[in-house]
Design a protein around this ligand. Structure first.
Ligand code: FBP
Length: 335
């Protein structure tokens, strides 16, 4: 690999050499990356930039928004509005879709994002991130509405996240494996640090919010009990637990060293399929995990095959090292 490969060069090669992506998608991803760079600067400033704390307003999920949730949302909307590559956008922080004004030619793509995932970590200086998913605008469709966005995760043409932690790292797939880029603050550009990321099929590390144990369904309870029983139990080996309470950070750890992440359905809100959102949390993360050799289910089926019914739909999430995901999914299917 040549000395320093910038994100731009990587995407140009994906377009020109490998023909994986059209120029419009390359340019769109560069706009998203630039927006993440601005968000990273705001996050990095913290209290010095008076961006900490709540915004006294609620989002469509009924959650109190953080100031940074709103700032990140605006940065992504404004950056992508003028790019000309998009027909519309959807965000965790917006009830309805955002239609790119028709003073721009209608773009070929739809962008969905969680502008700042892990909001509960914002005020305590723990990793947070932006998660995004790109879909094609249905052929010949003039004018955008919510139904255009309701495509199964397997139809994504790009997916990724940018984690704002000790480093700012962008992780991306366009269907040709997973690549990681770290922001070189001196140069102001993302530099390739790893290509063809692979997740080990087995692991000794699991991530779940254990405080919800009494609310879990039997298959999850059985699976976690066996992990906790360690080498004296049916699994015959010890497991360690991690929980950052930011999906972007827990998934990044799994892409770096393996593991299983679970936010399953539980009895607290039985009418909801889960806590996390299908379109701009579970789908992009599931495609990244699969592109890195892992697996992602809702306990019963492959998340990328779920046909969405509404924009802010929730889903039970089990993803990571293949053999562990298949085991807990098997427990749900009565194996
Ligand atoms: P948002 O912060 O975008 O609403 O995401 C939800 C989330 O923070 C996930 O990132 C994380 O995995 C989960 O909720 C943590 O939930 P809990 O607070 O129950 O541990």
């Amino acid at each position: 690999m040549p000395s320093k490969v910038s994100l731009t060069r990587y995407l140009v090669e994906q377009q020109r050499i490998d023909g994986h992506i059209p120029s419009q998608l390359r340019l769109l991803l560069e706009v998203v990356a630039r927006a993440c760079k601005s968000i990273s600067q705001a996050v990095n400033k913290g209290a010095l930039g008076s961006v900490m704390g709540s915004a006294e307003s609620e989002n469509v999920q009924g959650e109190i928004q953080k100031k940074l949730d709103i700032i990140a949302n605006e940065v992504l909307i404004e950056a992508n509005e003028w790019g000309g590559h998009l027909a519309g956008m959807a965000s965790e922080e917006m009830e309805g879709i955002y239609v790119v004004p028709n003073r721009y030619p209608q773009g070929e793509y739809l962008l969905l994002f969680d502008p700042l995932d892990g909001s509960s970590n914002i005020d305590i200086n723990v990793s947070i991130g932006t998660i995004f998913s790109v879909l094609k605008m249905p052929e010949g469709d003039r004018g955008v509405d919510e139904s255009d966005f309701l495509q199964a995760g397997r139809q994504q043409v790009a997916a990724g996240y940018c984690i704002y932690g000790p480093q700012t790292t962008l992780v991306l797939t366009v269907g040709d494996g997973v690549a990681m880029f770290t922001l070189d603050r001196e140069q102001g550009s993302f530099v390739l640090i790893e290509e063809n990321v692979q997740i080990p099929e087995d692991t000794k590390e699991f991530a779940i919010n254990m405080s919800n144990m009494r609310h879990w369904d039997e298959p999850v309870k059985r699976y976690v009990d066996e992990l906790l029983a360690g080498k004296d139990g049916p699994r015959g080996k010890d497991f360690n637990m991690r929980w950052v309470a930011a999906m972007v950070a827990d998934v990044h750890r799994i892409l770096c060293r393996g593991g299983i992440f679970m936010y399953p359905w539980d009895k607290r809100e039985p009418e909801k399929a889960g806590k996390l959102r299908l379109m701009y949390e579970a789908n992009p993360m599931s495609w990244l995990i699969e592109q890195a050799g892992g697996a992602a289910t809702n306990g019963k089926q492959r998340i990328l095959d779920i046909q969405p019914g509404k924009l802010h739909e929730r889903v039970s999430v089990i993803l990571g090292s293949k053999n562990e995901v298949e085991r807990v999914t098997g427990y749900h299917l009565g194996a």
